[in-house]
Design a protein around this ligand. Sequence first.
Ligand SMILES: [Zn+2]
Ligand SMILES: [Zn+2]
Length: 381
Amino acid sequence: MHGEGVRGGWKLGATAVRPLPPLRVHGGFGSGAGSAPRRNSMRGVVLKGYRQVEVRTFPDPVPGPDEVVIQTRVAAICGSDLHFYRDTPENLGPRTEMVVGHEPSGVVVAVGSCVRNVRVGDRVTVYHHMGCGTCAHCLAGDIMLCEQHVGIAAVGRGADADYVCVPERNCLRLPDELSFVDGAFIACIAGTAYSALLKLAPSGRDTLAILGLGPVGLVAGMMARAFGARVVGFELVAERLDLARRIGLDYVFDAGEVDPVAVARDLTGGRGADGALETSGSPVAQVQAVRLVRKRGKVVFAGAGREEPCIAPWWIMQREVTLMGTFVMPIHLYEDLVRFILRHRLDFEQVVTHRFSIEDAAEAFRLADSGRTGKVLFVWE
Ligand SMILES: [Zn+2]
Ligand SMILES: [Zn+2]
């Protein structure tokens, strides 16, 4: 039974899977099948506002000339999806009619007539931001910085559905050694964590503090250890503290019971941590991140809080602290990230706590919204 993570205490790997409906390879699909009749068999998850979730059927996607249709095998719920889940129908606007989600992986089942580098049968993950394709940021691979950037779900290409249709350039082929779960992580949070850590450049000489041990913080902790750093994690939620301990972070503290600034100093002979990654978005944690690093320490903000923290500029100035933001990852980091995952045998399954069929999307979102889970997945098996 799914949902046992809440009712029966913490339980890892609770599953609820239903079989995928048969793939309709004739009719709506086929290479460049733009004129074929469309069927309405695709199930997709829609957020209606005020935590209401619907599973609807949509027309099966037909690829445009430079597009690819992917049969979804895994799609993960992201912390950013939960902002939409809690939002009002008015703020959601057209999103109340579109499939949610941006963390898919799966198998290519149809390609458009101009597609050259992706083939039917390829196992792929998806780079989930789309840009104009011509500005300096897009040409540099920093698609997330394009003035016209949008996530795939904002333009009707959401991931929490039987099929996802995206431009060829957003498809990233998965090596055989990586699973579809790995692919769903790479689609968003593994890239976010990796890009953030490259800004901090942790090494075996460093103590790195991670504030917030949700899925992004947990993956970042796993990666920071692979970089060689000593990792100290802070979190308020008991289930996530347990996950962090199982993953093997060097130190894990309940941020409600200790002062992270004092802990970081104690662990470093009074100097402070060499770097800090803030993933919670809490203004309290954001201030702590700035105050717990050493002189000339670095802080990266990856949590999407909207409140403004109060940080005294003199603290940053006198200690020559560097503050940085990070957002998604540049698409050109993909191959480097894959090599890093394989070289260090990073096991993202350790961060997964729940798997659902999309038929049970309401329960999946309710559970993810509790903030007491690791990564919550939709799976097709
Ligand atoms: Zn995401
Ligand atoms: Zn652009």
